[in-house]
Design a protein around this ligand. Structure first.
Ligand code: GAL
Length: 900
């Protein structure tokens, strides 16, 4: 197999324009004067025809008054720029200041808006070109074209850049002219039409290195952008990038006799339009014929109309190495995949198709069925059917709504067919179509060679016709669970059923295919640009994220930034649940306006929004009333009681952080709803088990000390706050829960004015404090505790006390959750700033990874107190060095980190 890289020899021309000798020529159709010198905006020329007198040199500029209308064709003939100094055609504002608007060329009654012949190295920008019908009805010629680049005789045209053009309302005929029924049945139309941009090369001519970018082509009677070379493929190296092609009467984009074309980022919509009687009324969004090495990617093709053809993008006959990838194809009458005869090594991969192929033969003059999938041996006229040869169709997502029949046609002359890893989510019936375009295909697979059809996901067993000649050897069945089936955005086809889609097959060349695909088979990203680090999945998007991107926006399955701050994690039945503070916009969002959110995931990257687990109350008498503070919710599962138990830091409405309580809520279901039970200051009247009797009788003499001072510090370490709160119960602010292997659960919380941590054993049902608790790291000011266990030892991450601002992280180790704990210092390894701010985060959890030994993930919050809903998450792998857990920054990483 020979993976040829798809190389374009085009180099982007940049107008530097500071060639000392270069001249600027100004044109203004109203105030200009053709006998002026034209070299200043104060003395512009009047008519474009003047350009032919100018003997333009490399680096010269033709500047046309923005917003003004020229009723002329702009003709560039024998205009030669150079690679270093292209000639620029652009618009200018009247006062010579920065260019803002476009210059209008109204070529009504003329054959072209812009005509380029025998010219090289030109950049053309900011023109608005229209040519709506003849001035009178008797124009000559066969077509009217917005921009025509015409390679005549044996001339060579190279390096022309068309940028920011608006080409619209191009018609040959005057308004009201209609066409016969037969016209739309002819293969390409036989009458006079208006076209958007055309490149035409005579057989001995060459047209090379052409860019058409950021332009709009709208409302023309035939094709939007059309490249017409000859069998020699003498139009080469063309880039068609980021254009909008709307409401063309013919195809959106069409190319014949071309080699090396890159079509990327274009929006093509309503090709084959009939909204003006002068339009042809038929056309695929894009089609290629006799084309070689064409990459068509990241485009959208929508709403193609017509009685025949009119697919999203189709590969007509005599092509090779045409690849369609990452395109969004929707509601196209003719269908999605169409590869005709005598084609070699073409592919559709990682595209999304929605409701394509809805056309029904016999209805509204349709003479061909629409088809979602069509391999045809047709190669024109009466020629014997042949191929296509080596067609690769993989990782496409195809959705068809209920009530629409999906049709499939496969020519038994096809040789080399790969259909792997696609999703066929066809809600309606599926049928095989035979003998649609020409003499009937026989319904047999006798002649079909080298078929690899496997590992596709079908909605159900009837999603592929029973009488089709080939069948999936190892089909999967089920729903991908798209986010919004029937929607018109790629994101609507983000599946939720990630598990079902995880096991794609690595695609390889078919046997005896010695060429393979240009750029190879392996794809680096899925449709949405998520990197495919290892094996592929099924469909064009099989999971949203395949790695962690610490600190970045992180979208849930609904496309919203995950809203679960100060998170806690529970693993239940091999699924991860992420509980957290549901924040809202603005500073009020720091208070609980909604409650505790919950998400679920099987892979830790992709999270499904499971709604609000614990809702705040409307009742003003409830402690959990809207406007209170709920922070750092944590959930654990009690096997015996079969209850999910949530504890959280709770502050009462309008009382700031003074209540310092811990709240309890319980549910039978992991995602809730949780029922609020109570909030407490724990351990009223109970001393910590490690608090010496000798200190219990010391006074609560808070006023006595200067703060800070050594005496004060000593008083804190000795428990002056503990004694203060002994009767009413202890403070409980930042908290976490930890369940040990023996099923015992512990509640860790910042107590004693955040100066000292308390570790408290919970009762057997986890719904109360047992009364057994210890003081931990007294006077050492720990917040944001996160606990994990490795090799029989307990580790803690925590932070210092700087509110929402980040501070240096801390770590500690113990042989028992209740201590004693030994500080291990800052766990961050990195720059000074990273050390000081813990990567601008504050710890909240440490997640053990299912199925991986000693694999833990640090989870921290980047708080945004001004707009808390925007807070980001920092997830980093925990590394161990000398039995210390440490963290290092990574821009992105995945779980394979733990395999090393
Ligand atoms: C942080 C604490 C957060 C929140 C915040 C309020 O120190 O970790 O959970 O309570 O203070 O300022």
């Amino acid at each position: 197999m020979n993976d040829i890289n798809f190389k374009f020899l085009i180099i982007f021309l940049i107008f530097l324009g500071y060639n000392a000798e270069a001249k600027d020529y100004y044109f203004h159709p109203k105030i200009g004067n053709d006998s002026a010198n034209g070299t200043s905006f104060k003395s512009p020329f009047k008519s474009l025809v003047k350009i032919s007198d100018l003997a333009l040199e490399p680096g010269d500029r033709i500047l046309l008054a923005a917003g003004e209308v020229f009723h002329e064709t702009l003709i560039l003939d024998h205009v030669q720029g150079s690679f270093e100094n292209p000639i620029l055609i652009d618009s200018y504002q009247n006062d010579g200041s920065d260019i803002k608007g476009k210059t209008i060329i109204d070529a009504r009654g003329l054959l072209n808006g812009l005509l380029i012949t025998n010219s090289n190295y030109i950049i053309i920008k900011n023109l608005d070109i229209t040519a709506n019908g003849p001035a009178d009805d008797s124009g000559d010629g066969e077509m009217r074209v917005g921009v025509l680049i015409f390679g005549k005789g044996n001339e060579r045209i190279t390096n022309i850049h068309l940028e920011d053009l608006y080409i619209h309302d191009i018609f040959y005929e005057k308004e009201g002219v209609g066409r016969s029924e037969a016209e739309v049945r002819s293969a390409n139309g036989t009458q006079k039409y208006g076209w958007g941009i055309r490149l035409i090369a005579d057989d001995n001519a060459e047209i090379e290195n052409i860019w058409i970018s950021n332009s709009s082509i709208e409302n023309v009677s035939h094709t939007g952008i059309k490249l017409t070379g000859t069998q020699r493929q003498n139009i080469r190296n063309v880039r068609i990038l980021d254009n909008k092609v709307y409401r063309t009467g013919g195809p959106g984009i069409q190319m014949s006799g071309v080699k090396f074309v890159h079509v990327k980022g274009n929006e093509v919509s309503h090709s084959g339009s009939t909204d003006d009687s002068r339009k042809w009324g038929r056309g695929s969004g894009l089609w290629t014929w006799s084309a070689s090495h064409v990459m068509i990617e990241h485009n959208s093709f929508m709403h193609a109309n017509g009685p025949g053809d009119s697919a999203g993008a189709h590969i007509d006959f005599n092509c090779d190495n045409v690849i369609l990838q990452y395109n969004f194809s929707a509601e196209n009458a003719g269908g999605f995949c169409e590869i005709l005869g005598n084609n070699y090594n073409c592919a559709y991969r990682y595209n999304i198709s929605v409701n394509d192929g809805h056309r029904v033969k016999g209805e509204n003059g349709a003479f061909q069925e629409g088809k979602v999938f069509w391999l045809s041996g047709f190669q024109g006229g009466q020629r014997e059917r042949k191929g296509p040869v080596n067609s690769y169709f993989y990782n496409n997502t195809i959705y068809v709504k209920a009530g629409q029949v999906s049709k499939i046609a496969i020519d038994n002359r096809s040789k080399g067919v790969l259909i792997v890893n696609n999703i066929f989510h066809l809600e309606g019936p599926v049928e095989m179509v035979i003998g649609d375009q020409y003499k009937a295909d026989e319904s047999s697979s006798d002649n079909m060679e080298r078929v690899l059809f496997e590992n596709n996901l079908f909605l159900n067993g009837s999603n592929w016709p029973k009488d089709a000649m080939i069948h999936d050897a190892s089909p999967l069945y089920g729903s991908a669970q798209f986010q919004n089936p029937g929607g018109m955005k790629p994101e609507d086809y983000i599946p939720a059923n990630w598990e079902l889609l995880q096991n794609g097959k690595a695609v390889q060349p078919l046997p005896d295919d010695e060429f393979g695909l240009i750029q190879g088979f392996k794809m680096k990203t899925d449709f949405l640009g998520n990197s495919i680090s290892k094996t592929p999945g099924i469909g064009a998007i099989y999971m949203k994220y395949r790695d962690f991107q610490p600190g970045q926006l992180w979208e849930d399955d609904l496309g919203e930034h995950i809203n679960a701050h100060g998170g806690g994690f529970l693993i239940h039945e091999d699924t991860y649940y992420w509980f957290g503070e549901h924040k809202t916009e603005g500073t009020e969002g720091n208070k609980a306006q909604v409650g505790v959110g919950v998400y679920s995931s099987n892979d830790l990257f992709n999270w499904k929004n499971e709604g609000i687990a614990l809702k705040v109350h409307d009742d003003p008498n409830s402690l959990l009333v809207k406007g209170c503070i709920i922070e750092r919710p944590k959930v654990i599962y009690n096997e015996k009681a079969k209850k999910f138990v949530m504890w959280f830091h709770h502050e009462l409405k309008d009382r700031g952080y003074e209540a310092a309580m811990t709240g309890l809520a319980v549910s039978d279901h992991v995602t809730g709803p949780y029922t609020y039970i109570k909030s407490v200051n724990p351990h009223a009247g109970i001393w910590p088990s490690n608090y010496p009797d000798s200190l219990k009788s010391l006074p609560v003499d808070l006023d006595k000390y200067e703060r800070p001072s050594e005496e004060w510090k000593e008083a804190v370490v000795n428990g002056v706050f503990l004694r203060r709160d002994f009767e009413k119960g202890q403070m409980a602010r930042d908290m976490t829960l930890f369940v040990d292997d023996d099923g015992k659960a512990y509640h860790f919380h910042s107590s004693e004015n955040n100066q000292t941590l308390h570790v408290a054993e919970l009762t057997e049902d986890y719904m109360d404090f047992s009364g057994n608790y210890t003081r931990v790291l007294p006077g050492q000011q720990n917040e944001a505790p996160a606990i994990f266990k490795k090799d029989g030892k307990y580790y803690m991450f925590s932070s210092g006390l700087t509110g929402w601002k980040p501070n240096p992280g801390k770590s500690a180790v113990a042989d028992h959750p209740m201590g004693p704990w030994t500080p291990l210092g800052n766990m961050v390894r990195g720059t000074e700033d990273e050390m000081k701010t813990t990567f601008r985060s504050q710890s909240t959890a440490a997640i053990p990874v299912i199925g991986k030994k000693d694999a833990f993930i640090y989870v921290g919050d980047r708080w945004e107190p001004e707009n808390p809903i925007d807070g980001r998450y920092v997830w980093l792998p925990v590394e161990f060095e000398d039995e210390r857990p440490v963290l290092r920054w990574r821009d992105n990483w995945d779980l394979s980190f733990f395999d090393n």
